[in-house]
Design a protein around this ligand. Structure first.
Ligand SMILES: [Zn+2]
Ligand SMILES: [Zn+2]
Length: 120
């Protein structure tokens, strides 16, 4: 299994539909490592990272989703509330942060400008 960094692998980054799509954005990889450290060095579960156009449609992603460019990841950390995880992400310099409290994950991305949202 190819490693992208100390704690993240290519396998985690690939599109979950099985198409094998992977675009690695080093800024995002560094962000994920920072968040992992901020969360007390606990394992970060990646729910969604790269997405091909087809899969992005299937999961209801926006047409210009940062997941299409490998610049976004939906993550959770066991035992860490999504609100708290979002705070860690903000302190680590994430650009886009979306809190999906009911589903228990936080979207983080490195789009280059600040965006915040919360699932209704
Ligand atoms: Zn795919
Ligand atoms: Zn996302």
């Amino acid at each position: 299994m190819e490693k992208l960094s100390s704690h993240f692998t290519e396998e985690e980054a690939r599109c979950k539909c099985g198409c094998g799509r992977i675009v690695v954005d080093d800024v995002l990889v560094r962000l994920l490592e920072s968040i992992r450290a901020a969360a007390g060095h606990r394992p970060v579960t990646v729910r969604s990272w790269n997405r091909c156009v087809q899969y992005n449609k299937e999961v209801g992603g926006s047409p210009d989703s940062q997941h299409l460019y490998g610049k976004a990841a939906d993550i959770s950390v066991k035992g860490v509330d999504p609100d708290q995880l979002a705070d860690f992400a903000a302190s680590c310099g994430a650009d886009g942060i979306g809190i999906y409290h009911t589903q228990g994950f936080v979207h983080v991305d490195v789009r280059g400008y600040r965006v915040r949202w919360r699932e209704k």
